[in-house]
Design a protein around this ligand. Sequence first.
Ligand SMILES: *[C@@H]1O[C@H](CO)[C@@H](O)[C@H](O)[C@H]1NC(C)=O
Length: 277
Amino acid sequence: MGFEKRTIKIIVCVAVLLLVIGAIIGLVLGLVLPYRYVELEVWPRSDEYNREQPLIQFRVNDPGSWHPWYNRINDFLRAYETNVPEEPPRAPCSTLRHDQRVPSPNCERALTVWAPCIADNFYGYRDGTPCVFLRLSHIHYWVPEPYNVSLPLALPPDMPNNIKQMMMQRPAHVYGDYVWVSCGGEFSSDQENVGPLQYIPAGLPPGFPTARLHTADRIPRAARSQPDPLPGPLIALLFENPRRGVLINVECRIWTRDILYDRSSRVGRARFEIYVE
Ligand SMILES: *[C@@H]1O[C@H](CO)[C@@H](O)[C@H](O)[C@H]1NC(C)=O
């Protein structure tokens, strides 16, 4: 009798212990996994890239200072080189300049879509009008809820007008959904210094087409832990006339119904600094 009681006690103890261990593992995983937050990447990055203060600095009249940025963009864009670009092209299809490349008609056409953010112009760095490329990452576990006017849901009052207009012009049920992007000076002095901004490709919506994003709803479950076969689509931000000789803080964010804007958060939000001398 006593022996049986002890066995039951031991079994209960082991069961409780296993439950506790399971709960702890679950808790740790639960804390670690969501940390792979949806990231808005900013390129180019310097060799001493610092997540807290990504700085893009160069002197216009000093090729030795801007040429490394040109090379860094080329290194980044090399993964996108192709003679059969999609329609519309997800990125500049060549990192070679006109006199260096063997022209393929498809890629030439795609490059005109990405102009002026192409190698022929040194991505604007030579002229003090730099292009910065944006890309979404860590999206394999994310199901975005896009903003569109195909459903009668309210839009946030602070949404930039260019996004709202694009939404009306290209309704989602015809043209597909986008994870919208906007950028601007971070503080009021930056808003003055940053000058006019353009999203490139120019005539296209400022955002990432959801059809091209490898989000959780669009890839098989088994592919979630795998790297993407194709690198994600890009948006370039063109600084048309940034003030020279001052540090400019730039903030970019994505717009979806499920990611709420928070100044202190890195989820779907990026900031960087440019300094054009
Ligand atoms: C529009 O937005 C809603 C809400 O985010 C989403 O469920 C829907 O799939 C979107 N697209 C269309 C074509 O309605």
